[in-house]
Design a protein around this ligand. Structure first.
Ligand code: MG
Length: 383
């Protein structure tokens, strides 16, 4: 656990008034789902968790129901109808906070769902000496001034910064600046409004996590935070074979016959992981007809499934495997099996469970003609 710093009290405003048509979603992007919940709810929850006493959200006219549904039940939140311009929307939200009269206010764009508490902390700290503070990032690319499809000049990137939100202000100063603002001109953000009113604005370190969701790809890349897959496998017990189970060689009169080393445990886990990320099954990746896999160690199949999962953005949360057999006894090997599977997957051993059962001498497993295995894999979206 990282320590959550104690922050000075503050209120927050979220500007959610845009139509967000560029994002290609059926509803304005601030109400669309992203990483399992509406975009707007992410920043509401993060600002509330950082300690915002009140959260005023400026929404489009007629969007009350959509907004209430997007935010969920939250006593700290209330809505105002936004204006024609961003500046008007913020002004209305500032006005709605007059009664509370907070010392500090954070003004944030709904399209930036991830609000790191460290950034909030830096912003509020900077308000001790300044009327405003904004998170910025350096410009890493060189810059061209564009004319009609031709470059007409350049700019020194070292003197320029990319500006993010939330932006933090002393409430009285930003309210006065908005009251004095010429309503007919557009303001890109609230720092520009305060600057026009002679307020000093500190630059604090921003965070790439504050990335603004803009285009349809931001939503297409959306993915569930947890995925589950299952795997099942059976191999025949034969004389004259080595017995490999869960990557462990077991001293036993008979071994498993079949594709590769016929390790049913690893095959079931491999299929569970492939299933969780929708990447087919073990037979597609390593066909039994392909001679290069004859007698191969199944470690590599499992490692390959984990690699495919990682490429999809997932890591193993946990694995639960059940071996179904009359023989051998699994208990004496359980710890070694869990450790081996964990090592192949590069996870802690406590994320791997190996269980065993018999079938009361019923069926092919009961007659010790073969061993069956079933596995469930839970994969989590990598941070
Ligand atoms: Mg198999």
């Amino acid at each position: 656990m990282t320590d959550v710093p104690t922050l000075p009290p503050f209120a927050a405003i979220i500007v959610a008034g845009g139509q967000g048509l560029r994002a290609g979603q059926p509803v304005p992007k601030q109400f669309a789902r992203w990483r399992g919940k509406p975009v707007l709810r992410h920043s509401v929850e993060r600002l509330a968790a950082a300690g915002a006493s009140h959260i005023v959200i400026a929404i489009p006219e007629g969007a009350e129901e959509l907004a209430a549904e997007a935010v969920g039940d939250n006593a700290a939140v209330h809505f105002v109808t936004g204006g024609v311009t961003r500046q008007q929307s913020v002004f209305r939200a500032l006005d709605a906070l007059k009664e509370q009269g907070p010392a500090h206010v954070l003004i944030h764009d709904a399209a930036r769902p991830i609000v790191p508490v460290a950034v909030v902390s830096r912003l509020l700290a900077a308000l001790a000496e300044n009327a405003g503070a904004i998170p910025v990032l350096p410009v890493v690319d060189s810059l061209a001034v564009a004319g009609e499809n031709v470059m007409v000049g350049s700019a020194d990137r070292k003197s320029l910064r990319r500006v993010q939100t939330p932006q933090a202000f002393r409430y009285a100063d930003i309210l006065a600046a908005h009251e004095a603002w010429d309503d007919r001109s557009a303001a890109g953000d609230d720092a520009q409004v305060l600057r026009a009113h002679d307020g000093t604005i500190a630059l604090v370190q921003g965070d790439e996590a504050l990335h603004k969701l803009t285009f349809a790809e931001d939503f297409m890349n959306d993915a569930p935070s947890v995925r589950t897959g299952m795997g099942y496998d059976v191999h025949r017990l034969s004389d004259g074979e080595e017995l490999w189970l869960c990557g462990i060689k077991i001293d036993h009169p008979r071994g498993l016959a079949g594709h590769s080393d016929a390790d049913v445990g690893l095959h079931a886990v491999t299929d569970a992981i492939l299933g969780a990320v929708g990447k087919g099954d073990i037979g597609q990746h390593f066909p039994p007809s392909d001679l290069q896999w004859a007698g191969a160690s199944s470690d590599r199949f499992l490692a390959h499934a984990a690699k495919l999962a990682a490429e999809t953005g997932y890591t193993v949360g946990n694995i639960d495997l059940t071996l179904i057999c009359e023989e051998p006894k699994i208990g004496p090997h359980r710890d070694a099996m869990q450790a081996r599977v964990a090592a192949i997957l590069h996870v802690a051993a406590d994320r791997i469970s190996v269980k065993a059962t018999t079938t009361e001498r019923l069926g092919f497993t009961g007659r010790a003609e073969g061993i069956a295995a079933q596995a469930v894999a839970t994969l989590v979206l990598a941070a």
